[in-house]
Write a protein that binds this ligand. Structure first.
Ligand code: ZN
Length: 550
């Protein structure tokens, strides 16, 4: 039965290699009670909403995780619900404000280079580096990861991080990771000067062969049929019916925005488990896996079409096969799966399906500098931002004596935009303390505060109204839907724990992704009492007399 599922999947994707091959020899099962391998999985953009929509149809890896401890309403509690901040919370126990990862990009007006925008996982000290052409680095992450803390106790612990995005691999792995792989120009790559293991060379060959092959359409499972409905969104773009057929491609995004991307990542992860004998030494190892395809698919096609249904069905199967392969090696492991943020479907489909206030961003932001120049007599650029919401910075060309005036004028102009919910100034944010209230009861200011780092955050923070998609009319090939807001569709993510023998229970109240690190630490009996974090250990033992949190 299982073999048939694997065969169907691999044939459907026409992958020219035997994905998830059986282990030739299953090593002896571990006698240890403490897990020897922590598998931490982040499914990029897996919102609590789409997980709830599809969970009854899962029969593979997701179903296995649903037989463990289930938090259907986990929270990426902070305001900047983007990939880099989201991944930074998962294995550090720290909100982005503490971790220093306030966005995918932020501005540093003190850097010498012309491009003052900093990418979250770049090394800005490398000569010629820019936020779009950079050298990957863990240097911007200001706090230790679970992997770093494991290695503090025992250097023999192997820390491995692999993802479809560099920023996910970096934020999950941390500065001490022994192995870190992400897609570069020619397949999965790593830091300069490090050798690529055989597993990486093998997957890169497979990826190259996959790219020059065509793909037949993936079958539409019966439970996905209702999602298979064309939604025209202008400029000749239609989404809702794409099932990942393609011709040979030189564009890696076409592979990443399909189940193939996650298959490549998971096969690489499984092969690294074998090659590095993860979970089979004297100490506990950590394998972090960032699965990016759900996010690329959400951006390209939205979250509520046949594309997402087919993707999650394929991912369920692939995760099941991945866990089977860990079982076959006899490893004593614990799995945690969550997401870096949720997501919002495209407004055109939402309006057609009973969400009337959904809309694309109206004009106004693009003329901000022009209007400020007229009012102040200053020359553009005057304020800088990476998007029409979140952190806004006064440009360094503005004289110190005029900054306050520029900020006041900019806040007044932006606040007048009909889709702006509120603009928060730096003083108002800093006057707030980071709350420890349950995340479903946080005010918007609480969310902004947990995201705020005094050296990296903006001079003011713009929050758009709920259900506003900050993408005006998309052009062909551009993203049609996104995430990043302070609202719960972007904050809520599932958090799942499973290990052999885990007793099943579900806790519907809110918990946070910053709770994951201390919880995993407790399960592997790692002392983190001297580490400053924002999360708390979750008691995963349903029996009131038992707890993993000490
Ligand atoms: Zn993401």
């Amino acid at each position: 039965m299982k073999f048939a599922r694997i065969a169907t999947l691999v044939t459907a994707l026409s992958l020219p290699f035997s994905a998830f091959a059986q282990e030739a020899e299953a090593p002896e099962a571990s006698e240890s009670v403490t897990p020897r391998l922590v598998v931490a999985i982040s499914v990029d953009q897996l919102s609590a909403d789409i997980f709830a929509q599809h969970r009854e149809n899962f029969s593979g890896g997701f179903a296995r995780l649903l037989s463990g401890v289930v938090f259907p309403s986990g929270y990426q509690a902070h305001s900047a619900t983007e990939t880099c901040p989201g991944h930074s919370t998962i294995l550090t126990g720290a909100h982005p404000g503490r971790a220093g990862v306030v966005g995918n990009r932020w501005f540093d007006m003190s850097v010498a280079r012309e491009d003052t925008r900093i990418y979250c996982s770049e090394d800005p000290t490398v000569e010629g580096s820019s936020s779009s052409d950079y050298t990957v680095s863990t240097g911007n992450l200001l706090v230790p990861t679970l992997g770093d803390l494991l290695q503090r106790v025992n250097e023999a612990s192997q820390i491995v991080s692999v993802s479809g995005k560099d920023r996910a691999a970096v934020m999950l792995g941390g500065s001490g990771a022994d192995h870190m792989y992400w897609p570069g120009d020619a397949g999965f790559t790593t830091f300069a000067g490090r050798e690529l293991p055989e597993a990486v060379q093998r997957i890169n060959e497979s990826a190259m062969q996959a790219a020059v092959s065509s793909r037949v359409p993936l079958p539409i499972p019966q439970h996905c049929a209702a999602y298979n409905r064309a939604v025209p969104i202008g400029e000749g773009i239609t989404v809702g019916t794409h099932v990942f057929s393609r011709g040979p491609t030189t564009d890696s995004r076409e592979i990443l925005a399909s189940p193939e991307g996650d298959l490549l990542t998971l096969v690489l992860a499984a092969d690294l488990v074998s090659e590095l004998s993860l979970g089979q030494g004297e100490t506990t190892d950590l394998l972090a896996i960032g699965l990016s395809s759900t996010d690329y698919i959400g951006h390209a096609y939205g979250t509520h079409g046949v594309e997402m249904c087919v993707q999650l069905t394929a991912l369920d199967t692939m995760l099941g096969d991945f866990f089977d392969r860990l079982d076959a090696r006899g490893i004593n492991y614990v799995v945690m799966l969550t997401a870096d943020h949720g997501g919002l479907d495209l407004p055109e489909r939402q309006v057609g399906q009973a969400a009337p206030r959904a809309a694309r961003l109206l004009p106004g932001f693009e003329t901000l500098d022009e209007r400020l120049a007229t009012e102040t007599g200053l020359e553009a650029p005057i304020v800088r931002a990476d998007s029409p919401f979140g952190d806004f910075y006064v440009d360094r060309s503005v004289p110190e004596g005029r900054r306050a005036e520029v900020i006041d004028r900019a806040i007044a102009m932006i606040s007048a935009h009909p889709q702006v919910y509120r603009v928060y100034g730096r003083d108002e944010i800093m006057a707030q303390t980071v709350t420890d209230a349950p995340p479903e009861h946080w005010t918007v200011l609480d969310r902004v505060r947990a995201n705020f780092h005094p050296d990296r955050s903006g001079d003011f923070i713009v929050v758009l109204q709920p259900r506003v998609t900050p993408i005006p009319q998309p052009f062909p090939g551009a993203y049609v839907a996104t995430h990043g807001s302070v609202w719960d569709y972007d904050r809520r993510v599932p958090i799942l724990f499973w290990w052999p023998g885990a007793e099943q229970f579900e806790q519907p109240l809110g918990v946070m992704t910053v709770d994951i690190m201390p919880t995993l630490a407790s399960l592997i009996e790692l002392d983190i009492s001297d580490v400053e974090i924002d999360g708390r250990c979750l008691d995963l033992m349903p029996d009131v007399a038992e707890t993993n949190c000490r």
